[in-house]
Design a protein around this ligand. Structure first.
Ligand code: SF4
Ligand code: SF4
Length: 259
């Protein structure tokens, strides 16, 4: 094995250990060429079109705990969401800082990066998609709900990305599709956002989803996440298979307080 390969392997081990120490449950890397070789978004979203020095995108994921997700919409879930946001941005900032200290270029793209949910009514997309990055990096695959599904937590994950020129080996996409096309997300969406179209991914009415989130935000129990809540994919579901993560009475109880 040549010394350059050993250095790249050591660098990857070092950076992944740091990410795990910072709290990342899943760490995977995509080559920025993936955006160009298998385009999902138009060129204006490709990392090299925005940051010409970039070589890799390191995606970090943390779980959303099932008993808390099950209570959605609730203040309990909103607090989980807020906590995950804070942790992800801290984690990604610190990892970008660590990589910079190693002598490489790095920055992070914050997990949401919009000022207010109402901004998405005007332009319902982020300047960079962590879901697309996570797909290229092999964190998971697209569900029919357009959520990223992971083996570990199904769609009950939050994602953030570090963009860098550190020459670590990319992990590659997952080879198996995780969505089992059960239709639970389609039937459960309170806003009827999904429509079957004879293919895999459902047609998705982003505006209807955003309008529902504006309503939930005004009622102080944001976000929705029901499509993630009902999805049967994920080892986290298996952990609770023999008993409910929260009782029906418990959900009503939790929803009755705090908002
Ligand atoms: S987040 Fe809620 S409103 Fe939006 S698609 Fe999922 S279930 Fe529907
Ligand atoms: S709920 Fe079913 S159809 Fe929807 S994303 Fe999950 S596995 Fe796929």
């Amino acid at each position: 094995m040549c010394s350059e390969v050993i250095i790249m392997e050591e660098l990857k081990t070092t950076i992944y250990k740091k990410a795990q120490d910072l709290g990342a449950a899943i760490v995977k890397t995509a080559d920025v060429e993936s955006w160009e070789k298998e385009p999902i978004q138009d060129k204006s979203f490709w990392p090299r079109n925005i940051w010409p020095w970039s070589k890799r995108v390191i995606v970090l994921a943390i779980p959303l705990f099932l008993p808390m997700v099950n209570s959605t919409p609730s203040m309990l879930y909103q607090e989980l969401y807020n906590t995950s946001n804070r942790i992800m941005d801290d984690m990604a900032y610190n990892l970008a800082n660590y990589i910079t200290m190693l002598g490489y270029r790095a920055m992070f793209f914050p997990r949401d990066c919009y000022a207010d949910i109402k901004a998405l009514l005007k332009n319902p997309a982020a300047a960079f998609s962590h879901v697309v990055a996570a797909y290229y990096a092999g964190v998971g695959t697209f569900g029919d709900s357009h959520n990223l599904l992971t083996k570990e937590f199904g769609p009950r994950v939050r994602l953030v990305s570090v963009i860098t020129d550190a020459p670590i080996e990319a992990d590659g996409k997952l080879s198996e599709e995780l969505c089992i096309h059960c239709g639970k997300c389609l039937r459960s969406c309170p806003s009827g956002c999904f429509k079957e179209n004879g293919g895999g991914l459902y047609d998705y009415d982003k505006r209807a989803c955003t309008e529902y989130h504006v309503k939930l935000s005004d009622e102080n129990h944001f976000p929705c996440g029901i499509c993630a809540n009902v999805c049967p994919v994920g080892d986290d579901m298996r952990a609770y298979r023999r008993e409910a993560a929260i009782t029906e009475a418990g959900i009503r109880h939790v929803q009755s307080y705090g908002s």
